[in-house]
Design a protein around this ligand. Structure first.
Ligand code: 28F
Length: 841
């Protein structure tokens, strides 16, 4: 990304050619919009979340600098996001710079609108939080339809706003404040992101991790969407609490062990927390500068070496190793739950995902610290230390038993190179990168899949019943399970850390194909857990996929079509409904005045879809949209504008058109607004805060932009809820709108539509005409051709690539569902009742 960095900075030579430089900067921001994936990783939900991490990380940096201890993150009802901190506030004074294009503009504007400004101009301090890409908040701005910043500093509140990265309203003072802080709200640009929604659990999970890694910082997350949840995280004991929570409900061998050192100059910090539990897994979570290093690196190597060496030495010195069993590194890590966090000035990362730490100086530091502290801990806790040693000895014995079991099986030919599973329908090609293995749920779908596939490159392995839960099963037992064994046999690349060999993999892709029901999702979770645990490299290399069978079959006469999901279904209905259709506009007397056809009607429908989406947001707040529209101001200054703030006082709604009026009126009622949380409250006589429902209606910004566009398309918002009138004699008068089906042909028919709220529905009804829609229950309902066309044909199918995050989510879900902790499981099932309704666990 360095080539995008403006070549300016405090040290830039005075002779710098600034005109050229400014062009580079412009190219920079435009480039973010042109190649968003380069900056935020993609234009899907992950990209949306990336925007959140980017802004939150700036607040965390302010906390790490010691100036802020509270951060609030709100997912608003319209999928905009607000992040607020109680730090010093981004400086607002004139930016001093040799480049005249930058010099003199408010610093906050430079930070938000200049690519890489933060990194470039922030001289001596190093960013420890930094996101995966660390691209800076200006990227968030460039990728946002709108972004608003509020800075409370020096007794004043300053605000400015942007659209798609460009200044919309210049910085101005909007009020007074006796506290400091920064608040940024934005809505991702729909021209860039496919779907504007956020996943609460992902955001809350990430923020919780941030709270563990930055002890003392309180992070609050609130979901303002319907049925939204809320959480507050603050961990004064940092990663010790992380390990404690990760081992909650499991039988632990001892209390968490804590290791912490700093280099003499304080530049390097290394921290480890670890605890053994009675399980067979190794769960080591590692961070470098708050970045999750999924591929490990020098800090992990240092940790593992020291762990093995220290414990083995202790065991030997205390005569704990019986007979000839000698535990290896893997044995010493069986059942370990550990967190490693290092903070260093110049982190070097490697790999596509930047998940591996390379800094050599870290290895010795971690290893020395662990050797010293763990050694001392063993001496102080001999009973606990002995328990750990015995566990490793048992692990070594089990490993030996498993080796023998494998040897036996191998002799029987099951794991041998010659033996492919009998029910595998292999492909002809031996070219690994071109071939794919479908893991198919159930024999009933296996048949059609075998017939429908493309034999050259596609292999089918039908799996029956539920797959063994690998979380609970030990390796030797796992190998005895039929369904797991056939997967291992078919892939041929071995499992675990010792035997896995990617070179032997027989297929370039593994595609999980299950039904779109609860059982299917259960089997998928099981399979993902297996791959995550036993073949993590497959997931890291992006070789595991999920097939997406369609949800609907649509029949029209003899023509059959398949539709992936509900959104697509609406799309299809609109497409069919608009075929040969025109929109007729009439005057008040019912005379036709205009017809909208072709591309124009399609564009009009698109606007209406946007309108309905915003209407839904308003209605979800419990506001009737028609009532809301009636509130449009006739004040000359804000003519036609909708209120932007709503307060619920004494059970009744109060609306305001700008923040200033809202605050002034609230003050009169004795209501204050917390600048950090944006929550309104009254102080009761005993000085406790009594909350008052208060909301900024972010969706109004978009509604107001949409109205003139709708009017241009012939659909004034005033007609939103028109009702069809009746004449004195009782017959229904012609409506203002009508849809002409088979327009301008002999068979033209007019469908009356009362108002613009119902136009799209009417179009869908037309599209649905003469059509039979069937919802698929399972893969088995499709025949070979259908399965090929919809789900297996590389030209047509949509595959979802399984990411490391998703797999680890699946695994987490699994530990909860299958684990011993009944309370945790009950809680999870309650929270996710919909997804796991019929799960028989
Ligand atoms: C809602 C997300 O972004 N918080 C931030 C600060 C504070 C300072 C700062 C930020 C100035 C010149 C870069 C204040 N006073 N929350 C946030 N809080 N950025 S971002 O400075 C940015 C530098 O270029 C700050 C004194 N020094 C720094």
């Amino acid at each position: 990304m360095d080539d995008q960095t403006p070549a300016a900075g405090p040290d830039a030579a005075a002779a710098q050619d600034y005109s050229e430089d400014s062009i580079k900067v412009l190219e920079g921001l435009a480039h973010v919009r042109k190649r968003p994936a380069m900056y935020v990783g993609g234009t899907d939900m992950r990209g949306m979340h990336h925007l959140v991490w980017e802004v939150v990380d700036n607040a965390i940096d302010e906390a790490l600098a010691g100036h802020c201890d509270e951060i609030h993150v709100t997912v608003n009802a319209d999928e905009s996001v607000t992040v607020a901190d109680n730090g010093r506030g981004i400086p607002v004074g004139p930016f001093k710079h040799e480049n005249p294009r930058l010099n003199g503009r408010p610093t906050v504007e430079i930070v938000l609108a200049e690519l890489n400004a933060g990194g470039k101009f922030d001289s001596n301090s190093y960013k420890v939080s930094g996101g995966l890409h660390g691209v800076g908040v200006s990227c968030v701005n460039a990728l946002s339809e709108w972004l608003e910043v509020e800075v409370a500093r020096d007794g004043k509140v300053y605000a400015m706003s942007f659209e798609r990265g460009e200044v919309n309203e210049k910085l101005k003072v909007v009020g007074d404040s006796d506290v400091n802080g920064t608040k940024i709200s934005w809505r991702a640009d729909r021209d860039i992101f496919g779907d504007l929604s956020h996943a609460y659990d992902t955001i809350a999970g990430r923020l919780k991790e941030r709270a563990y890694l930055n002890p003392g910082v309180k992070i609050v997350v609130v979901d303002q969407r319907p049925d939204g949840k809320s959480d507050a995280f603050r961990f004064d004991d940092g990663i010790i609490e992380m390990v404690r929570d990760q081992t909650e409900g499991q039988a632990a061998l001892h209390e968490p062990i804590h290791v912490k050192t700093e280099s003499d100059d304080g530049a390097l910090v290394c921290e480890v927390a670890l605890r053994y539990v009675d399980s067979y897994n190794e769960v080591i979570t590692t961070f470098a500068n708050n970045i999750n290093t999924v591929d490990g690196g020098t800090h992990v190597t240092g940790f593992k070496t020291a762990l093995t060496r220290t414990l083995a030495t202790y065991a030997r010195n205390n005569n704990l190793l019986k007979g000839n069993s000698s535990p290896g590194g893997d044995d010493w890590r069986e059942g370990i739950v550990a967190v490693i966090s290092v903070k260093i000035p110049n982190p070097q990362f490697e790999g596509q995902t930047k998940g591996k730490l390379l800094n050599g100086e870290v290895e010795g530091m971690v290893s020395n610290a662990v050797t010293e502290s763990l050694g001392a801990w063993c001496e102080e806790h001999p009973t606990d230390a002995k328990r750990i040693c015995n566990k490793a000895i048992l692990a070594a014995q089990a490993r030996e038993a498993a080796r023998k079991a494998r040897e036996l099986t191998r002799r029987k030919g099951a794991l041998d190179s010659g033996g492919l599973p009998g029910k595998l329908a292999d492909c002809m090609s031996k070219e690994v990168d071109l071939s794919e293995l479908y893991l198919v749920e159930g024999d009933s779908a296996g048949g059609p899949a075998k017939q429908g596939r493309e034999r050259e490159y596609q292999a089918i392995l039908p799996l029956k019943g539920k797959i063994l839960n690998v979380e609970k099963a030990r390796i030797d037992k796992m190998l005895n399970h039929e369904e797991i064994r056939v997967i291992i046999q078919a892939l041929k690349c071995g499992i675990g850390s010792e035997e896995f060999d990617i070179e032997k993999l027989r297929y370039g892709r593994v595609i999980i194909m299950t039904d779109a029901d609860v059982d299917g999702s259960h089997i998928r979770t099981l399979l993902l857990t297996f791959f995550f645990r036993q073949m993590p490299e497959l997931i890291r290399q992006g070789r595991v996929f999920i097939a997406q069978p369609p949800l609907y079959q649509v029949k029209r006469g003899k023509k059959v079509e398949y539709v992936l999901n509900e959104t697509r279904m609406n799309h299809v209905l609109t497409g069919l409904g608009l075929d040969g259709t025109q929109l007729v506009l009439r005057d008040t007397d019912g005379n036709e005045i205009q017809r909208i056809a072709g591309d124009e009607i399609a564009a009009a429908i698109k606007l209406l879809d946007q309108l309905y989406e915003l209407v839904t947001i308003v209605q979800r707040r419990g506001i009737d949209f028609t009532d809301f529209l009636a509130m449009r101001s006739d004040d000359p200054e804000s003519r036609g504008r909708l209120p932007r703030y709503r307060v619920q006082l004494h059970e009744s709604d109060h609306f305001y058109w700008n923040e200033h009026d809202a605050l002034a009126d609230l003050k009169q009622h004795g209501i204050s607004i917390d600048p950090l949380t944006n929550e309104a409250y009254v102080l009761t006589s005993d000085n406790t805060k009594h909350p008052v429902p208060f909301a900024e209606l972010h969706e109004v910004k978009e509604l107001e932009k949409l109205f003139p566009q709708l009017a241009d398309a012939g659909l004034p918002i005033e007609d939103y809820a028109l009702v069809q009138e009746q004449s004195v004699s009782g017959e229904r008068l012609p409506t203002k709108y009508a849809i002409a089906v088979n327009a301008e042909s002999d068979s033209e028919k007019l469908v009356e539509v009362a108002n613009i709220a119902t136009i799209v529905n009417a179009v869908h009804d037309i599209g649905r005409h003469g059509m039979e829609i069937k919802r698929f229950k399972g893969l088995g309902e499709m025949n070979a051709d259908e399965l090929w066309e919809t789900t297996m044909d590389p030209q047509q199918r949509t595959l979802l690539k399984v990411t490391w995050d998703e797999a680890s989510e699946a695994e987490k879900l699994f530990s909860i569902l299958m684990g011993e902790n009944v309370e945790q499981r009950r809680k999870y099932i309650e929270e996710h009742a919909l997804e796991v309704k019929n799960l028989d666990v």
